[in-house]
Design a protein around this ligand. Structure first.
Ligand code: M6R
Length: 357
């Protein structure tokens, strides 16, 4: 039930701090350490390469998950859109593990890949919000998202839940291999939950940003580098899906390779700046588009902020920044859709779970 909320989407955005805490609890063992079922962990660590398969928002969570699996567990990882993988399967490694990410667990495109790789005899792990869903039943292993039912067509809390579970999986896999962990994930996830709460408590700021940058525009660009590049792709999808504004999320460095030709007077460009090693470069990109007339909105992270930034999110560990930086973009998309009188929870032409290929 959406209770006093006008839309499920807003309720689900607001649930994210609680979901982060719930996931940590669900994966903590009696000693308070994050842990994953042994057979699942063994399957992950037996793989010479992981193939993440997903669609839409879940695919975008997979892009972040790849970073965790490679940086924390040192397992080479590829991320594929399910509908492409099934007809154009890449050359596989000798001992692949497939990770399916699906909120609903019912997405036909992902299931087609699962059927295909099972025929080839490869193991599969499904990350899903729905226990007993098709993708969970048909895979060898399941990790649940513990996000609670997601009703709005636009996925919000499932995205952050997927990233959180992938961080936990990568940490458990890395620890099992004897690698040193660079930070305490339980503690950092607590900081993340509080940071998200700060943002959901500050909705007026994002309503204002949506009003200032998106109320009349026909198109919008999101730019980011490194981890922020993954998040801006999700930000663009969310905006397109519910506000029908044509939006594109791309790597800041790619601007000069074509997209900058589209910048006109007043074109909204939203930049994310949460990653220290690319902060200077993304700032440079913002200046480039501003010089060509773009209406720029920079959302940075505390510690990396500059004068003139539209919003500064609280500081969290850089690797976990996507969990927090996506929230302003969810809220901005929500308010942009609202200002344009769009049906936020049931955007045109879309279904919550896509059970046809
Ligand atoms: O249930 P799934 O996670 O498999 O769904 C995948 C996509 O259809 C889904 O994420 C879609 O992109 C969302 N509507 C985006 O908000």
């Amino acid at each position: 039930e959406k209770g006093t909320y006008p839309h499920y989407m807003l309720k689900e955005i607001d649930e994210q701090p609680a979901v982060m805490r719930k996931i940590v609890q669900a994966y903590q063992n009696e000693e308070g350490e994050l842990s994953i079922a042994k057979d699942t962990l063994d399957a992950v660590n037996a793989a010479d390469r992981i193939y993440i398969i997903a669609c839409g928002t879940s695919y975008h969570a997979g892009l972040v998950g790849k970073e965790y699996l490679e940086k924390t567990a040192k397992i080479p990882t590829e991320v594929h859109v399910a509908s492409e993988f099934v007809y154009n399967t890449p050359l596989l490694s000798e001992k692949p593990l497939f990770i399916f990410i699906s909120q609903s667990g019912e997405t036909a495109d992902s299931r087609a890949v699962l059927v295909h790789i099972k025929e080839l005899g490869h193991p599969a792990l499904t990350l899903t919000n729905v226990a007993g869903s098709t993708l969970s039943r048909e895979a060898n292993h399941t990790l649940l998202l513990h996000a609670g039912p997601e009703i709005a067509v636009a996925s919000t809390k499932a995205y952050t839940a997927q990233i959180a579970v992938l961080a936990i999986l990568a940490e458990a896999a890395g620890k099992a291999k004897g690698f040193d962990m660079k930070f305490d994930l339980v503690q950092e996830m607590g900081i993340v939950a509080n940071a998200i709460q700060t943002l959901t408590d500050d909705k007026e700021a994002f309503e204002q940003i949506a009003r200032d940058f998106l109320s009349t525009t026909r198109n919008a660009f999101f730019i980011g580098r490194s981890m922020d590049y993954h998040v801006v792709q999700e930000a663009a999808l969310k905006l397109k899906e519910i506000s029908y504004i044509q939006a594109e999320g791309f790597a800041g460095g790619e601007l000069k390779h074509g997209t900058i030709a589209l910048i006109e007077d007043g074109t909204p460009v939203v930049a994310l700046a949460t990653q220290e090693n690319v902060n200077l470069s993304i700032r440079g990109n913002v200046k480039e588009v501003a010089a060509r007339g773009a209406n720029t909105c920079t959302i940075s992270m505390k510690g990396l902020e500059e004068e003139g930034d539209s919003y500064v999110i609280p500081h969290v560990h850089e690797l976990l920044a996507p969990l927090v930086s996506v929230v302003p973009t969810q809220l901005i998309a929500y308010y942009a859709a609202l200002h344009r009188d769009c049906d936020v929870d049931k955007p045109r032409n879309l279904a919550k779970s896509v059970t046809v290929e």
